[in-house]
Design a protein around this ligand. Sequence first.
Ligand code: XMP
Length: 513
Amino acid sequence: MADTIVILDFGSQYTQVIARRIRECNVYSTILRFDTPAKKIAKIYPKGIILSGGPASVCDANAPLLDKNIFELGVPILGICYGMQLIAHFLGGKVEKGLKREYGKTNLTVVDDACLLFKNLPNNLVVWNSHGDKLTALPEGFVVVGITENSDYAAIEYPAKKIFGLQFHPEVVHTPRGKEILSNFVHQICGCDKNWTMRNYIDQAVSQIQQQVGNENVILGLSGGVDSSVATALIHKAIGDQLTCIFVNNGLLRAKESEFVQQVFVQNFKIKLVYEDATDIFLKRLKGVKDPEKKRKIIGKTFIEVFESATKKVGKAKFLAQGTLYPDVIESVPIGGNPASLIKSHHNVGGLPKRMKFELVEPLKCLFKDEVRQLGIELGLPREIVYRQPFPGPGLAVRIVGEVNSERLEILRNADWIVVEEMKNSGWYYKIWQSFAVLIPVRSVGVMGDERTYDYTIAIRAVDSQDGMTADWVKLPYEILEKLSSRIVNEVQGVNRCVFDITSKPPGTIEWE
Ligand code: XMP
């Protein structure tokens, strides 16, 4: 069992970032609700506990508090921002409501060289703050470790009990040496080994899957996206032919996608795969439908029907595997602000109907996306799969404005192919969140040679994002835009105009429908 750091979530928008930074130090971390009882935490045998920040004020009557027996567990504790104020609140310090919020970068001076939190770090550090309340008196037993212009207690320590508090956020990138501070906490102070690696995880997950599944069969809906692909490779490693994947071609896929997925998984990995070409059903049901929500509903419902009938072809299977990730299962914290669990973009919630009585196998349930990618590489999946950009479940249908039909799909596929190709050639594809073509089926006039044309428009969308919830449009170099436009208009029949979408999210969405 890997050494574990427990993170108690007080509703900070950075709770998941703390968890990821700890794992980047090769230490397993798990997020629990702020009010998790100390007894329950003790059963996990954590090597350390981190109290996250949060939007509340310890001065408020309804502030989220913790089980104070946590301070008696005898494991090191690090409180960050609100977490530090909680420590002071419980152990006899004084917290006052600040007159104004301190927000942004500031300089921290480390005044206690002996503090292990800052081992091997300079005495002057740039750190990032975001807090309203302020510590104004230390609890007994604590010493000052770091100060800033605005705070005499920016970093504090209770040496006898290994309890630490930081007013600033070491987890964010704006605290450039923050990861080293967290690394010092988990390695120097908590004594964690560096045993959380995806190579180790494979062994652990393989034996867990084997244990759970026994001799039974497992079905998995393979989309060709990162999560279902990595889940497939991992489960296949564990149980081989007991796994059957179902790949549904809904007719809304990118060019050559179904061939590519079959080549990777059937030819290379020798995975049993049921290929279900349901193009006709999907397109028939989408005929004449213009409303985006209606389109999405039809596609979702049809997918379930097709998938369910395909499962019957597989024979008896007790388990259904899914590529659920950690951010989808973290319990939400009902405090104002931004609970960790809200930072996710999941359009496919709801899943399969209850009548399909499967038990779930979810071997990625404790992993973050970047870990899933590393795992995919360890399992030998091609980089093209592991680092591919997100692609929406309803496929090209949400990138065609209005009605979807095979003529429009063909045009969009050809344009999309050029976008992907040029983005890859220029090195931009893997640098950004998403880049794709959108078909605007409005005709405008153009000239080609001596002829007048009256054709559709393609919009190019390129966005950068951390999680899909917000996004900025990417300032692609003019040379790339020029190449894209000229190739699309020249090579894609039915298109005579190309535009670039310069809308961020919000107020726009990433997909057009
Ligand atoms: P929007 O358009 O809502 O997209 O800004 C945010 C992110 O989610 C992806 N997306 C989907 N993913 N099923 C998915 O699995 C869907 O129905 C779906 N719709 C949008 C989108 O590509 C972007 O990354």
